[in-house]
Design a protein around this ligand. Sequence first.
Ligand SMILES: Nc1ncnc2c1ncn2[C@@H]1O[C@H](COP(=O)(O)OP(=O)(O)O)[C@@H](O)[C@H]1O
Ligand SMILES: [Mg+2]
Length: 518
Amino acid sequence: MPWEDILVSSKILGHISSGVYRSAGGALKELVSNAYDANATRVVITTNHPSFDIITCRDNGDGMTKDEFVILMKGGIGESRKRIGYDKTKDLDRPIIGWLGIGMLGIAQVCHVFSVTSHHRESKTAFQATIKLIDFLHEKIFDTSPEREKEDLDVGKFSIEPIEFIEEQCGTYIVASDMRSAFVSKFRGFPGNPLPSKFTVFLDKIHSSRSINELGDYWQMIWELSIACPVPYIDSGPFNWVNIAYKKEHRESFNQIKKKLQDYTFEVIIDGLSLRKPIIYPFPQKTYDGKKLKGELFFFSFNEKIYGRPLMLQGYIYLQNGRAVEPFELRGLLIRIRNVAIGLYDSTFLKYPKIEGPRFNWLSGEIYVNEGLESALNIDRDSFNEMHAHYVKLQKITHNILASVFSQASQGVRKRSQSKREKEKKQRIKVVEDILKQEFGTEYGVYFSEEINTEYPIELDMERKILIIYSNNPIWPRSKTMLEQVQFSATAFEIAMSHSEKERKEVFYQTLKNLLSN
Ligand SMILES: Nc1ncnc2c1ncn2[C@@H]1O[C@H](COP(=O)(O)OP(=O)(O)O)[C@@H](O)[C@H]1O
Ligand SMILES: [Mg+2]
């Protein structure tokens, strides 16, 4: 087989020079997206953990023809044709993801050589190609000499040949071998455990870590893929509705998003693990004092034209009042365009301008952008041009909703500290009641009176068997802890006064001691 040059227009390389895919997860995300666009219902990825020397990706999609592939290699990179005349895939109604035509190049980030085998459903033809990328891709890209500007650049070599078509193998199979050492050594350094075969086990492990970092690069990559790909949520997630406050219509809106993802019937299996979105709230399920954790859901949607261009989105912010979301990688806001995540969770919420301290840790949200914003994407598909009108609008929408979420959160804090105060007061009363009972051998009631201008701040009425505390008496200190001590002392004093002069001192200190030690 002869080897031919792979040509990429220098214009595109200029764009790519910022380093398209910063992680192996990013490269795999592109392969998965391509399979999705090609109507695959299943993608199977293997990484050969823990040696990571061969990565394969097989899909059961429509495949491509040899001619299509050759066009791609000979300057077609950087010019996607997928969306010409279509916005969604035919049968499964999936919004098409690809549009830049550089996703395949991402795999070059992790290997020196890869092969593509494809069996094309429609034409019943098949081919196999081997692609070798030059080693100094980056240097070449950064080369700004004048000759470079003129023509398409060769970034490597490829060879291609037709092979026998096999119906059962319809789809595309990519094998990346001769992995780049930077990638291999990073992953081998901390391969972590092999993946479990059940997603719930994976999820438990993820959620019981404070940070996914603790699980190593490999697990981190799997997590990133599960966050990013258009796979469904877990059946019982992401919200445990029993412990979440929500509006009925919001639950319905969210369930529609959930159902849509299910209807795309897209499965991604990596090293035997079938991926779902790894999100379940509330999490952790218990508060620090062992009670069930509660959350609150804020749903929002937007559908307007910004300078003539439609922006349509839906999203939610989940507030886990008083308890940080774990693992911390879930804190923040994740933006999805056409169901694919852009970058990771943004813990600044698109640079929210006010300082809210630890409250930011109580929040996790997702935004599904169905239309617009795409042209604000930087070429890495991982970040935005922050000057773009759609981005600026999105920022405004997010910050407005966040402001109302924070005000709700403050109410929650107030409520919680109020109920804590009430609880403490009840405990205090109980202590006094117990002492009174012990002292007089019968039940006494403790009452707070709002009466003003009383002579004494406290009164022990032995006939009615009550102790009255006049809350408005100016003698009571304002400080909470002082108030408790002074009220206890006064109570001890009143009890002591009911005894003979001889016993008084003894009773006073004994009672005070008992009250304070409770
Ligand atoms: N898994 C696949 N199945 C079928 N065709 C594919 C697959 N991967 C890539 N292709 C073809 O290669 C082209 C280039 O892919 P890519 O570089 O990711 O660009 P884009 O997805 O933006 O079109 C795609 O437009 C598609 O025609
Ligand atoms: Mg693509």
